[in-house]
Design a protein around this ligand. Structure first.
Ligand SMILES: [Zn+2]
Length: 486
């Protein structure tokens, strides 16, 4: 991509962002003015919602109450008396479900929102990675992670896996964590070992970052935001150094995430998963992202080893990675999450990803049936409920967090959503899973609770600093776009 083209994209996108500013500002206006925040320890009772628990032992409750206290779901039942002093939240006309889990997003690229609208993979890499991401300061990363976390919360995502290629130094990593903490979202920060700058001392920087990651691990072992690592991986580099990196990071004992198997990767290895297994690197502490083109027996091998997989359907199909692997991987028994990938191209949380993936898979099945001279299946073999599972309990499993979140289950942390089912986009309420998946948007997601704290209430973010964060994001994005165009 040449400079002129890049700057043109930047101007168009920034004009569009400017036009949306009043809407963002109204969304970001704190709800605190209308309703006081619950006090520490105050019980919260959601009353009379249609409860889609996503826990098979609890099932659906056409009219149910949910009691939360100290960040934990205490009880779910058809009727729960309000404890003394409880904050009661109206659930009538709403669907309650677990908060969604975004299994893969480059959250710092929220600073470049919309700049990849017309990008191929090459254009994305040349522009976003080389001309924007590499120039972000720690303060930029903190701002973008905070703003990106707010976007995810507004769209009903309560857990993110933030693949941070912008952790270019220990200060950048601390800044990413500060941004996630400020947004109040649950998550995993995947700390990277970046490409070493030309002339830089690889061993010194690598050693300093490993030591820093190790200290973060100890400090963040049980918190809202935990630490993983991520690597460029074997499909972007020669095999030997990638394996050496993976073995070095494996010593930290935390999950490693790598992008693999996309049809467009120039260094894609044949039978990569079998090769990783031969090196002892295929295990329950590995997440593979995209993974579109591995061979059928490799998904089964990965499932047997406990490997996690994340599909990012919209970006994968737009850029040429291939058909989302989530369906064949789940059929092979893998733990599968769904992610949004690059905010520079797509946004809006997980619901758009689920819709795109469901349509793509049904299209694949229908086209194969027609090509074989058969009729399309009378009943679609992929259901709305299965898709919502990928975003909730399945996604939690796909990040190893299913004992913490992913379903409305007493004892789990209180990550939950209330979706209006009585609005122009959602009335009349019919099948709740279908209504949430195929009809609702972020505007219908009225309430978002993360770890028992109300992060969106009455349709608005409760972060009193949200409007200021978005205003700073706008001005800094304009500066960075101007610098990138030079
Ligand atoms: Zn990615």
């Amino acid at each position: 991509m040449n400079k002129t083209e890049g700057s043109g994209l930047g101007r168009r996108s920034l004009l569009a962002a400017g036009a949306a500013a009043p809407l963002l500002a109204s969304l970001a206006r704190p709800a605190a003015a209308q309703a006081p925040a619950p006090a520490a320890g105050q019980p919260i009772l959601v009353r009379g919602a249609f409860v889609l628990s996503m826990d098979p032992a609890i099932g659906d409750l056409p009219q149910g109450d949910i009691l939360v206290q100290d960040g934990v779901i205490r009880a779910i039942a058809a009727s729960i008396p309000a404890p003394e002093g409880a904050l009661v939240i109206e659930g009538a006309g709403r669907i309650a479900l677990p908060g969604m889990v975004n299994g893969h997003i480059h959250l710092a690229q929220s600073m470049q929102r919309g700049l990849s609208t017309e990008h191929s993979f090459g254009g994305y890499f040349q522009t976003i990675v080389l001309r924007h991401s590499n120039r972000m300061t720690p303060a930029d990363v903190q701002l973008a992670d905070h703003a990106g976390g707010l976007e995810q919360i507004a769209a009903g995502v309560t857990t993110v896996m933030d693949w941070s290629r912008e952790t270019m130094s220990p200060d950048h990593a601390d800044a990413a964590l500060a941004g996630l903490d400020a947004a109040g979202i649950r998550g995993v920060l995947a700390y990277t070992a970046p490409p070493i700058p030309q002339g830089g001392d690889a061993a010194a920087l690598g050693g300093r970052m490993i030591a820093h990651a190790r200290s973060l691990l100890a400090a963040r072992a049980e918190g809202l935001v935990r630490i993983w690592t991520c690597l460029q991986g074997p499909d972007f580099t020669p095999l030997a150094p990638a394996l050496a990196d993976m073995k070095r990071l494996a010593e930290l004992g935390v999950p490693i995430a790598i992008h693999t198997g996309a049809g467009i990767y120039p260094n894609r290895k044949t039978r990569l998963l079998a090769q990783l297994d031969a090196e002892g690197l295929l295990n329950e502490r590995l997440q593979i992202v995209h993974a579109n083109t591995h061979e059928a027996d490799e998904y089964k091998l990965a499932a047997d080893r406990g490997v996690m997989l994340c599909s990012t359907p919209e970006v994968e199909m737009r850029m040429g990675h291939g058909h989302p692997a989530m369906f064949k991987a789940a059929a092979a028994g893998m733990k599968v999450s769904v992610g949004t990938d690059i905010p520079s191209m797509v946004g809006g949380g997980l619901l758009p990803q689920l819709r795109v993936a469901m349509a793509a898979e049904l299209h694949r099945i229908n086209a194969a049936a027609l090509a074989a001279g058969q009729g399309v299946p009378a009943t679609p073999p992929v259901t709305a409920r299965q898709m919502l599972e990928f975003a909730t309990i399945g996604g939690a499993r796909g990040l190893g967090l299913d004992r913490v979140t992913g379903s409305l289950t007493p004892g789990k942390r209180a990550d939950l959503l209330l979706v209006r089912a009585d609005q122009p986009l959602t009335a009349p309420r019919s099948d709740p899973a279908g209504l949430v998946l195929l009809q609702a948007g972020a505007g219908e997601i009225e309430t978002v609770m993360v770890d028992g704290r109300l992060r969106k209430r009455d349709g608005r973010l409760t972060d009193p600093g949200a409007a200021a964060v978005l205003a700073r994001l706008q001005s800094r994005a304009e500066e960075m776009a101007a610098a990138a165009a030079r």
